[in-house]
Design a protein around this ligand. Sequence first.
Ligand code: IMP
Length: 178
Amino acid sequence: MNPKNLNLKSYISEEKIQEKVKQIGEQLTAKFKGQKVVAVCVLKGSFLFYSDLIRQINTDITCEFFGVSSYHGGTSSSGEVKVTLDLASPVEGMHVILVEDIVDTGLTMNYLKTSIESRKPASVTTVTLLEKPEALKVPCKLDYVGFQITNEFVVGYGLDYQGYFRNLPYIAQVQNFQ
Ligand code: IMP
């Protein structure tokens, strides 16, 4: 399906997203005040959520980027997580905030958490803007979830279909896939 022919329907507005980002930021600020924290952005999908969220975390943090791919451009997870960019610095002894855009089957978040835990951080806190509880295939413990959504494909605010729509400031549902 050509991305240009898709009908998008606004699903979570920019205002609702920003309100939620502020709320999670305040909770993370309270949790990590005065601690050594590194916020890990999971590329590519979480780059907008991450950049808004870190500006709402009012404590000293450093930033790291972890690139993974599991959809390979389609609309369902391949089940195989491919690392496209590893963390540039060690996280040993640090409190890690792992920031994802969406947890679907849970395979990517589980993979990332295991990979980070193997580097001996002081703690790992998982944050995702969206979660599709009906799509979970493996148990996945999430510490902060922005919105739980139904098992439908969404785009916008970092989330893509074939690389497009990441720049929408809101989340949209795709109406006409079939
Ligand atoms: P999981 O491993 O199945 O949990 O998939 C997680 C990854 O799949 C996310 O980081 C997204 O990149 C992608 N993904 C899952 N659901 C959607 C969706 O509805 N729209 C766009 N990307 C999605």
